[in-house]
Write a protein that binds this ligand. Sequence first.
Ligand code: TYD
Ligand code: MG
Length: 452
Amino acid sequence: MARARSVFRCTECGAEQPKWAGRCDACGAWNTLLEEAVGRPGARAARTGPLPSARPPVRLADVGGAAAARWRTGLAEFDFVLGGGIVPGSIVLVGGEPGIGKSTLLLQCAARLEQAGVATLYVSGEESPEQIRLRADRLGDDAGAVRVLGETRLEAIVHHAAALAARVVVVDSIQTTYTDELEGAPGNVGQVRECAARLMRFAKDAGPAVLLVGHVTKGGGIAGPRTLEHIVDTVLYFEGEATLDHRILRAVKNRFGSVDEIGVFEMTGAGLAPVANPAAAFLAGRHTGVSGSAVTALMEGTRPMLVEIQALASKAGFGTPQRVATGLDHRRLAVLLAVLERRGGLPVGDLDVFVNVTGGVRLLEPSTDLAVTAALVSSIHDRPTPPDALFLGEVGLGGEIRPVAGVERRLVEAARQGFRRVFCSARSRVTPAGLDVVGLEGIGELARRLAA
Ligand code: TYD
Ligand code: MG
């Protein structure tokens, strides 16, 4: 009788190693290798070789155009992030920290799909049908018609989904799902991967869309293998600050749409509500007329978003001045402060400096440099920036201000939100409707303009 084989798999990257080691060869993570028994599927494949595919090859021209159809959930921001709705036969992973609202979002989707006549099955391995009912009672959407199943065994899930001919199957979560064919507890890397792969095959063969919930670890990856991201068609991350009501759904991979698109929701007492004016969602609550604030426009996928940057510079009490950056890289802040001092002639060496991006947004583009600098200058001089001004530009080490990409779209959005002038590089070739352009050569000019 063949002895059960076992391998060691990295919980970070999913790489397989024949023997245990302290460090994963593939990704370099420490203490991530776990033993995993390789069960019957491997043995069977070794004995029989690959099975012929159940479906013969077809010419592309003969493939039906049904794949172009999508199911819209009617949750506008969710459909937008997916690229226009759920694609039949696709598998979508919705990742996020516990408590962020993944189950709520998918239950709302199921409710809306069911109302639109798309048969759905909501499988939960985390909550009983009674608990799901309690959640459903809070929702604004009527989820009464959604079929729910408290189940964690993959074979049972697939059986029920097929028997009901469900068009959309929600599996909450992939970490609680297991298959009989592998040893090892639910949530271990082998189980997670195998279950996802089997659900993928089920989706491709039988045609339903599968929405998978995946919990995210401290490091930010979907708990267990990152290889899960390679198996599925679409990966969405649901993010937000625990203390804020805004939730952001972000597409990090999408075989059927563009990536980096975001949808903005608000968590209310009756579930998640798409935000009506996402571009300005993060400007809500802005105080105009206060020094140390500047607004810029970021690109999130194809969508411009306006964000406020706040800076506070005050005389350091003693010792090394403090530099605290929330929502941007502290090294970027250090660079901008050095440029401000050397090229802009503003002494910042003995100031405590705090910079904050409101709404829990993270600045990743250099196009936001000018706004950060403007907020700093405004705070140092204690003079507010004009309330209707937008700042858009990259700051170089020489103090020069550079044009940024995608200006046109950002400015159209800014004008729509009531902004009337834009501070940008003098080299920007822009002719925005309804906006006055203040072209700047360098950071010194910015400091002079804001002090005037
Ligand atoms: P949940 O969907 O359970 O999160 P996840 O599945 O990602 O772990 O969301 C739970 C949180 O959302 C919980 O703290 C309660 C809150 N919530 C509301 O604020 N309003 C609502 O209508 C619902 C259903 C939940
Ligand atoms: Mg949940």
